[in-house]
Design a protein around this ligand. Sequence first.
Ligand code: BV8
Ligand code: ZN
Length: 256
Amino acid sequence: MSAVDFERSLEEAAVLLCRARRVVAFTGAGMSAESGIPTFRDPGGLWEQFRPEELATPEAFERDPDRVWAWYQHRRRVIEQAQPHAGHRALAAMEAYFEEFTVVTQNIDRLHHRAGSRRVLELHGTILENRCHRCGRPYVEEPLPAETAPVCPACGGRVRPAVVWFGELLPESVFAAAESAVERCDVMLSIGTSGEVYPAAGLVWRAKSFGAAVVEINPNPTELSSIADVVVRAPAAQALPRLLERVEQCRKGASA
Ligand code: BV8
Ligand code: ZN
């Protein structure tokens, strides 16, 4: 995208946000890329080194709990070193300028919380918590072993990260809250997601069908680009602070 196109798409997105009262920011792994956390499907991404079916499924865990546990421990260490970037902080600051501003994230790293966002719906759970795979009890013992999945003290089952794996249902109450947020919103920001994973990606289609304007913020084209009203072909850490600036201008201008 040329600099001119970038500025024009930012302005178009800013006009939509300035007119909006309710906004949903839908985020994927690309939102955490500039914090140093590898995405899934980009070149060099997680799925290039590993196959999701081999690691991010209940069958994989039941077949080899220690291998899956060790992979998540490796990812947890990367995530614990990561810091939220200016894009996360811009989304947190935007909350003050809208009647409703909801972050609906597919990410499991809690960077939105650490940046100060208060209304965050985690569709795929979080790697920072663990629970028993058999009885579901939260597992809070520390320190966590690096290579072997702990044994649940209550039932003897094996402990896993509190994330949603492929073939597992999303947390019902969280997904229901996300659905109603997207049905009400005026603008749906789709940030750093390839739009390949369902039912999460279906929320962007749902927002569109309920009349929201869709703004895609992503350096690359995705499955969702075709339904975007505005496409900002740029990284999140570059685009979001600029959008915050424009929202602050129009909100302050309006109240002056
Ligand atoms: C479900 C947590 C009902 C774990 C994740 C066959 C059998 C069973 C199910 C299915 C099936 N076929 C299809 C399905 C449904 C399946 C699915 O959608 N599969 C896909 C692969 C086709 N979904 C499920 O299984 C879901 N559950 O359907 O339950 C059910 C129940 C039983 C039986 C049948 C159905 C559960 C899905 C949740 C899986 N868990 N993560 C973990 O993290 O280990 S998914 C994983 O992918 C992450 O959550 C991730 O967020 C998500 C989506 O990926 P993205 O976030 O979009 O990341 P990606 O790398 O793809 O893209 C990054 C983007 O960022 C790119 O576009 C890139 O250009 C951009 N980018 C890069 N840098 C930047 C940037 N953008 C901005 N700025 C930058 N700097
Ligand atoms: Zn248990």
